[in-house]
Design a protein around this ligand. Structure first.
Ligand SMILES: *Cc1c(COP(=O)(O)O)cnc(C)c1O
Length: 474
């Protein structure tokens, strides 16, 4: 496929603007361009076809099964897009004043209430634009709390070895140390070990529950009690709330603050790099540190107050159209619907896991939550790696599961079907898994040839990483 630059024809235009009827202005020398702008010259039709052709080469949730674990790639209802494109939401400016933003403020007010309820927290900020940024804000709240108590000795954050990579990265960004907490053979936190490693230098813990093996931490109340008794605070990584929303609340598990990934659990399309939303909720004693606008309901209407200015991780209310989608989603489902979403996510994962046990070794011994993890360690020794399996799915009309995560599982494939898939799809998918397993294991020497039907076959990943060609050289 040719690039737009290769299709360019000098002088060809797709510009229907009326001729300029205001005096031309010459820009100051300091900000004017020194070399002419090199843009492709094309008709509008050429451009439209180019992007449609690109679109047909990609794979998304609306094309087929997308089982990326730790991601929640579910179907996102189209009505959310209609809601967010209403001019009262899409075309307003944060500085136009409360009087002319009543609808948006009411939406923010409601979103605050729904998401504090779902998390069991007292206050929330919608500023963070991603889960990782939410983690960062949460850590800064904890840091400020210790600072204000005059406690400078705490610089360690305990993180289980199954954690998402952003957790230790965030702790590093805050200038703190990570203390690694090993898991038990059953994939849960080792509580005895936790008791040994807490101390006066413990600032807190970052915990994902269910953890990244899709296992619910049943000792969570004991864990949060141990941390609190040692003087630390408890942070809940709620990026994957899909199995527990409407059923269990981080606030009731003893956590002091939490972030959510609205672009995972609460139906904003993701995977293309954003925009996202990773709001942070916290208990009352931390609320005074929370940045962002706090909306209040008064007899005269809604007002927005910037409680913690000038501390901010984003301007104003964050990516408002993302929490608006989340609000539309939650209001469409209702509280029973949110609970059903979670219950079905867990049911679907367990159904698929049960069928895959016919062939695959699965890390989860009992029931799983919304996702489960396969290990291909044994098969890899016979020449079929997790990567070989993952690439072969692409020839079968489905996306690959997450591979090589979590890091504590060798040759991992992590599968999250989500609640929006029906039994027929799950059965088809189980058949594909089993068929591929049998095909690849029967001929391990051909296992590295997949995918065979995609536009680009198996790239040389080392070459692509070491010598990337990312510039069009004409
Ligand atoms: C996705 C994820 C994150 C990071 O969220 P981003 O929006 O990608 O920054 C953090 N923790 C867990 C458990 C996740 O699954």
């Amino acid at each position: 496929m040719k690039l737009l630059f290769e299709k360019s024809v000098p002088g060809r235009k797709s510009n229907y603007l009326a001729p300029c009827d205001v005096p031309a202005v010459t820009l100051p020398e300091t900000i004017s361009r020194k070399i002419p702008l090199n843009m492709p010259e094309l008709s509008e039709g050429d451009v439209a076809r180019h992007y449609s052709a690109l679109e047909m080469r990609t794979f998304g949730v609306n094309d087929g099964f997308y089982p990326l674990g730790s991601c929640t790639m579910k179907y996102n209802p189209a009505i959310n897009e209609t809601v967010t494109s209403l001019p009262g939401f899409a075309d307003i400016h944060p500085l136009q004043g409360d009087k002319h933003s009543q609808g948006m403020l009411e939406a923010a007010y409601r979103a605050e209430r729904y998401f504090t309820e779902i998390t069991g927290m007292d206050a929330i900020s919608f500023q963070p634009a991603a889960g990782a940024q939410g983690e960062f804000l949460g850590m800064m709240l904890i840091k400020k709390y210790h600072e204000d108590r005059g406690d400078a000795a705490r610089h360690n954050i305990i993180i289980p070895d199954s954690a998402h990579g952003t957790n230790p990265a965030t702790v590093g960004m805050c200038g703190w140390n990570v203390v690694n907490l090993p898991s038990n053979p059953d994939g849960r936190i080792d509580v005895a070990k936790l008791r040994e490693i807490v101390g006066p230098d413990t600032a807190g813990i970052m915990l994902t529950n269910p953890n990244t093996l899709g296992i619910f931490e049943t000792d969570v109340l004991e864990v949060t009690r141990i941390i609190h008794d040692a003087g630390g605070l408890c942070y809940y990584d709620g990026a994957n709330l899909n199995p527990i929303a409407g059923i269990a609340k981080p606030g009731e598990m003893g956590f002091d603050c939490v972030h959510l990934n609205l672009h995972k659990t609460f139906s904003t399309p993701h995977g293309g790099g954003g925009p996202g939303s990773g709001p942070v909720g916290c208990k009352q004693f931390l609320a005074k540190y929370l940045p962002g606008l706090c909306v209040q309901k008064t007899p005269g209407g809604y007002t927005a107050r910037n409680t913690a200015a000038p501390r901010s991780v984003h301007s104003f209310h964050g990516n408002v159209l993302v929490f608006l989608r989340a609000l539309a989603y939650v209001m469409t489902l209702g509280s029973d619907g949110v609970l059903e979403m979670s219950a079905h996510a867990v049911l679907n994962a367990n159904y698929l896991m049960k069928r895959l046990r016919e062939r695959f070794e699965i890390i989860n011994k009992g029931i799983c939550m919304h996702e489960f993890v396969i290990t291909m360690e044994k098969e890899a020794k016979q020449g079929v790696s997790a990567k070989d399996m993952a690439k072969a799915f692409l020839d079968n009309g489905m996306m690959a599961p997450t591979m090589y995560f979590p890091l504590i599982v060798k040759e991992a494939l992590m599968v999250e079907p989500t609640e929006t898939e029906g039994k027929e799809t799950l059965d088809d998918v189980a058949d594909i898994f089993i068929k591929l397993y049998d095909t690849l294991m029967a001929n391990p020497e051909t296992a590295h040839d997949y995918p065979k039907t995609t536009v680009i076959g198996r790239p040389n990943e080392v070459e692509a990483a070491r010598n990337p060609r990312v510039q069009f050289l004409g």
